[in-house]
Design a protein around this ligand. Structure first.
Ligand code: NDP
Length: 614
C-alpha cells in the first residue's frame, strides 16, 4: 500500500494535497540539480581570489611585537564558541588563557557578516548566549547584526577576555611537542606560544567560497563577497542607505539565507538588480517585534537555558526526518511549526498495518509537505508576476536547506527595478567582461555580489587555514582523511590536549550558540579534571575513538536517507554523500538531546571512560 493510500482515509479535513505527487516533484527538482563536480564546482579564495577574504573592517598597517611565552589554554577563534569556552574557563578559575583571532575583534561570523539586513534567524532570547550572566536583554525578538556583534564584545568585557586576545593574528602551525607535553603555536605575527591545552573553535562557515563560473576571472566590474561587504562601494551601512548604488546595475549570485536578507536592501537602492537564482530558499514569515518589557518581568532565573532546551527539543536538526516533542509550543515560530503541524495530524487514522515508526516518519513528512505548501502559497500571495512567483517556490523538504525568514525579500520582486533570473537549477552559464550570461542572454552589470556561501566539505584544516601536527608529526589532515575521527567529537587519538568545538561527530541544533555553550561547559569540566588529577596529557584511546566512529556510522543512517532525497547543497555535500558527509552528516543520529545525555552521563560517571589522563 502506498503512503498516499495509507492517508487516503484522512480526507476530507485531514490532508488536502497529493503526497505522492509532491514526492515525485521533489525528486525531479533534485535530479535536475545534481552535478558530477559536486563540491569541486566552487573556487577557493586563494591566489588571485585571496582579496575576497581581506578584512575590510580594520585599518591597514597593524603591527605588534611577537610573543614568546607559555600559557595554559590557547583558544583558536573569537566567535561565540571561543568566547563561551574562555568565559567558562575564566569562571572555573583558569587564569592563563589566550584567544587567537584573525579578525580585528571578537564576534566570529558576526564580525565578518555585516551585510545590510544581517540578522539572526533563531530568536535572540536563545541565540545570544549568556544573557542572564551579562544582564542584557535584546531589543527585538530577532536581533540585527550590530546588536549581536556588540553582545560578543559585551561577553569579552564581562569576562575580562580582551587582555587575553591576540587579534589580527592567524595560526601558522600547531605542533605537539612530546618532551614538553605542550602544543607549540606559531602565528603570522611571528609568535611562538607554548600551550598545555588548545581549543579549536574556528567556526564551520568561516571561509567564503566563490562559484566556479567560467569566465569569472575576466569580469572587469566591481565584485565582493557578502561576508566582506564593500560599503565604500555601496555607501550606507548595515541599516541601509546604499545610496552609491543609485546609478549601478547590480547582480547578486545566490539566493540562500544571506541573499534573502540583503537583497531587499540592494533592491531599494540599485538602479537595477538582477538576482541569479539556482535554487529558491523557503522564505517564511519573520514577524519581528520589540521585546515586551512585561514579558521580561515574568522571567525567572535559569529562563534562558530552559528556553534553549525547549527549542532544542522542538527542532531536532540531526535526525531531520523526525520531529521533537513540543507541547505547548513556547517559542512558536517557523522553526517549530512542523512539530505543531505534526501534533495537529496526530489524530489521523492510518492503515492498521502501519508500524509506530512508519507512522512517525509519515506524520513528520506530511507536516513538512503542509509547511512547504504554506510557504509556496505565501509566494503566490506576495509576488505579483505569476512566472516570477512560480520560480520562487521551493520544491524540497524544509530542512533540506537552511530555512529562511523574511518579510521584505519576496515583495522586492514586485519592484520594477528588480529582475529574477531563474537559472532553473543550472546556475549562471558564463561571466563575461561586462556581465553574466544565462541561456545566451547577457545581463550587463557594474557590480557582482557573491552571496554564494562558505566552504563546507573540504578538509577541516584547509578551512581552518593551518595544519595540526600531533604525535610523531602526524597531520590532522591525514588522520581525518575520509572524515573526522574523534571521541564524542571533542578529542582525537594522537592529538593530545586538543579539543574541537563546532560540528564534528557530535550533534547539532539549529541554535548553534546553545550547542557551543554545552561544548564549552564540557571542555571546561575535562580541563578541570586534568588539573585536579595533575595530569599533563589527555588523549582518547584508539579503541574508544573507533567505537564512537562506529556509533556515528550506525546512528546517522536515518539522517543519511533523508539527505539523499534532498536537493543538493552544502547540507548534503552537494548531493554526493558517497564522497563525504555534508554539513549535517557524520553526526550522532539520535539528536542533540540524546547526545548531550551521553556526554553528561559520561562526565558524571567520573572515570571519563576512553580518555586517558597521564
Ligand atoms: P548558501 O551556501 O546557503 O547559499 C549560496 C547560494 O549561492 C545558493 O543559493 C546557491 O544555489 C547559490 N549558488 C552557488 N553557486 C551558484 C552558481 N554557479 N550560480 C547561481 N547560484 C549559485 O550561503 P549563505 O551565505 O546564504 O548562507 C550560508 C549559511 O550561513 C546559512 O545556511 C546559515 O547557516 C548561515 N546564515 C545564517 C543567517 C542567520 O542566522 N540569520 C543569515 C545568513 C546566513 P544552490 O542553492 O542551488 O546551491
Amino acid at each position: 500500500m502506498s503512503d498516499a493510500d495509507k492517508v487516503s482515509s484522512l480526507k476530507p479535513g485531514g490532508i488536502d494535497f497529493d503526497a505522492d505527487a509532491l514526492r515525485t516533484r521533489y525528486r525531479a527538482e533534485r535530479d535536475k540539480r545534481l552535478r558530477p563536480d559536486g563540491n569541486d564546482q566552487y573556487i577557493e579564495t586563494k591566489g588571485d581570489f585571496s582579496r575576497y577574504v581581506d578584512d575590510p573592517y580594520v585599518q591597514p598597517g597593524f603591527t605588534r611585537k611577537p610573543i614568546d611565552d607559555a600559557v595554559e589554554v590557547v583558544i583558536i577563534g573569537g566567535g561565540f564558541g571561543g568566547l563561551l569556552a574562555a568565559a567558562r574557563l575564566r569562571e572555573a578559575g583558569v587564569k592563563s588563557i589566550r584567544i587567537i583571532e584573525k579578525a580585528g575583534d571578537f564576534g566570529g561570523t558576526w564580525y565578518w557578516n555585516r551585510y545590510p539586513g544581517a540578522q539572526c534567524d533563531v530568536e535572540s532570547y536563545i541565540y545570544l548566549p549568556l544573557l542572564e550572566e551579562t544582564g542584557y536583554m535584546p531589543k527585538e525578538r530577532y536581533s540585527y547584526a550590530p546588536e549581536i556583534l556588540e553582545h560578543s564584545r559585551r561577553i569579552g568585557e564581562k569576562f575580562d577576555l580582551y587582555r587575553d586576545a591576540c587579534f589580527q593574528t592567524q595560526i601558522k602551525a600547531l605542533t605537539w611537542n612530546e618532551e614538553e607535553s605542550r602544543w607549540m603555536v606559531t602565528t603570522t605575527r611571528d609568535d611562538v606560544m607554548r600551550a598545555r591545552f588548545v581549543i579549536m573553535s574556528s567556526g564551520p562557515l568561516n571561509r567564503p567560497k566563490l562559484p566556479g563560473i567560467p569566465g569569472i576571472e575576466t569580469y572587469t566590474g566591481h565584485t565582493f563577497h557578502t561576508s566582506r561587504w564593500d560599503y565604500d562601494y555601496t555607501g550606507g551601512d548595515t541599516t541601509g542607505n546604499l545610496h552609491k548604488l543609485a546609478d549601478k546595475r547590480v547582480a547578486v549570485i545566490g539566493t540562500g539565507a544571506t541573499a534573502v536578507q540583503c537583497v531587499p536592501y540592494v533592491a531599494q537602492y540599485a538602479q537595477h538588480l538582477y538576482v541569479f537564482q539556482r535554487t529558491p530558499s523557503s522564505v517564511d514569515e519573520r514577524l519581528n517585534q520589540p521585546t515586551d518589557p512585561e514579558w521580561v518581568k515574568t522571567l525567572t532565573p535559569g529562563w534562558q537555558k530552559r528556553r534553549m532546551d525547549f527549542f532544542n527539543a522542538a527542532v531536532n536538526f540531526t535526525d531531520l526526518s523526525h520531529g521533537g516533542k513540543i507541547e505547548p509550543d513556547q517559542v512558536g515560530d517557523g522553526w517549530t511549526d512542523i512539530n505543531r503541524f505534526k501534533g495537529e495530524l496526530a489524530r489521523l487514522k492510518l492503515d492498521s498495518d502501519t508500524t509506530p515508526a512508519e507512522r512517525e516518519r509519515l506524520m513528520i513528512e506530511l507536516a513538512d509537505f503542509r509547511k512547504m505548501n504554506q510557504i509556496r502559497a505565501r509566494v503566490d500571495r506576495v509576488v505579483k508576476d505569476r512566472q516570477t512567483a512560480e520560480s520562487l517556490k521551493p520544491w524540497y523538504r524544509l530542512f533540506c536547506k537552511r530555512p529562511t525568514f523574511n518579510d521584505e525579500y519576496l515583495p522586492a520582486f514586485n519592484r520594477p527595478n528588480v529582475t529574477l533570473i531563474d537559472t532553473r537549477g543550472r546556475g549562471v552559464d558564463r561571466i563575461t567582461e561586462k556581465g553574466l550570461v544565462f541561456d545566451r542572454v547577457e545581463y550587463q552589470a557594474d557590480c557582482i555580489i557573491f552571496a554564494t556561501g562558505f566552504e563546507v566539505g573540504t578538509a577541516y584544516t584547509r578551512r581552518a587555514g593551518f595544519d595540526v601536527h600531533g604525535r610523531g608529526g602526524e597531520s590532522l589532515t591525514e588522520h581525518w582523511r575520509g572524515g573526522p575521527k574523534t571521541l564524542h567529537g571533542f578529542y582525537s587519538a594522537g592529538f593530545p590536549n586538543l579539543f574541537h568545538m563546532g560540528i564534528t561527530q557530535n550533534s547539532v541544533t539549529a541554535n548553534f550558540p546553545h550547542m557551543l555553550q554545552d561544548q564549552a561547559h564540557h571542555i571546561t569540566e575535562v580541563i578541570q579534571h586534568a588539573k585536579r588529577s595533575e595530569s599533563r596529557v589527555i588523549e582518547p584511546s584508539p579503541e574508544a575513538q573507533a567505537q564512537w566512529c562506529e556509533t556515528i556510522e550506525r546512528t546517522e543512517s536515518k539522517s543519511r536517507d533523508f539527505q539523499l532525497e534532498c536537493t543538493p547543497g552544502y547540507y548534503n555535500n552537494e548531493g554526493q554523500l558517497d564522497k563525504g558527509p555534508g554539513f549535517v552528516g557524520g553526526l550522532y543520529g539520535g539528536g542533540p538531546i540524546e547526545f548531550q545525555k551521553i556526554v553528561d552521563e559520561w562526565l558524571s560517571a567520573g572515570g571519563m571512560k576512553g580518555l586517558k589522563f597521564s
